[in-house]
Ligand binder design. Structure first.
Ligand SMILES: C[S@@+](CC[C@H](N)C(=O)[O-])C[C@H]1O[C@@H](n2cnc3c(N)ncnc32)[C@H](O)[C@@H]1O
Length: 232
């Protein structure tokens, strides 16, 4: 894939987060299937773009689309850059209440659960994963990539350097895995350690390349991204 396209799909620490595309593609064939797909917490809709460019129908959704039309406009602009609007429709949607049953072949999200998990609602992240289960067809798949609590270094540096630290719930890997108990299967892997510490994307890309070489030295639960495929 061209770097510009990867940037448009992934957006941030692209070396590490783009490994989700490789992993999902290994586990699921989405090419030219005309699948019914849903992206949750899409913001600029990068994953909707990926699904549409691969010949699927996508509903691109985000909670912010209820009251922040400029964010929806950004998604539309990105999709029209690649002439993909034909394959994509848009909806404001809360992942806590997905108004579909047994409908989607594929649901995707990236970096969404932690933001919802920090809200006041008890077990919000479990509600989201169960709502997704309800909305998937039997045999349908959730493709996801999410931040984990990772190492002590990540935990403490976030406290000092990340502005939105208090608005995000960085769950432990084992707690994220537990959310999927009602699914038939869950396959996952973890990646990334240094990439998140870059102060700009150039630094993150450089550090992500070091991660790619050294990931095997880092214990799995200390890596900061979990990439998964869960089947209903
Ligand atoms: C960190 S951003 C990630 C955006 C995009 N998925 C990405 O990876 O670039 C988190 C997104 O989750 C959305 N969000 C927050 N609460 C939500 C909810 N209850 N339902 C759906 N989306 C939500 C936010 O509006 C925001 O766009």
């Amino acid at each position: 894939m061209r770097t510009e396209l990867i940037k448009d799909i992934i957006g941030w620490d692209i070396t590490n987060w783009s490994k989700s595309i490789d992993y999902w593609s290994q586990k699921t064939d989405i090419k030219d299937k005309n699948y019914n797909c849903l992206e949750i917490g899409a913001e600029r809709g990068g994953l909707s773009l990926w699904l549409a460019l691969n010949g699927n129908k996508v509903i691109c959704t985000d909670y912010s689309y209820f009251d922040q039309p400029h964010i929806l406009q950004k998604a539309k602009k990105l999709h029209s850059k690649y002439n993909s609007e034909r394959k994509i429709t848009y909806q404001p949607l809360s992942a806590l209440e997905i108004p579909y049953d047994n409908y989607f072949d594929i649901i995707v999200f990236k970096s969404v659960l932690g933001g919802i998990g920090s809200c006041k609602i008890k077990d919000a992240d479990q509600i989201v994963i169960s709502q997704i289960y309800k909305a998937l067809k039997p045999g349908g798949k959730l493709l996801f990539a999410e931040n984990t609590q990772a190492s002590l270094l990540h935990k403490y540096s976030r406290k000092f350097f990340i502005r939105w630290y208090k608005e995000w719930n960085y769950s432990k890997l084992k707690d994220i895995v537990k959310l999927f108990s009602e699914y038939k299967t869950l396959n996952y892997k973890t990646v990334g350690f240094l990439g998140t510490f870059g102060r700009n994307e150039k630094q993150r890309i450089f550090l992500g390349k070091i991660d790619s070489i050294c990931d095997f030295l880092i214990p799995k639960s200390n890596r900061y991204i979990v990439i998964g495929v869960a089947e209903k």
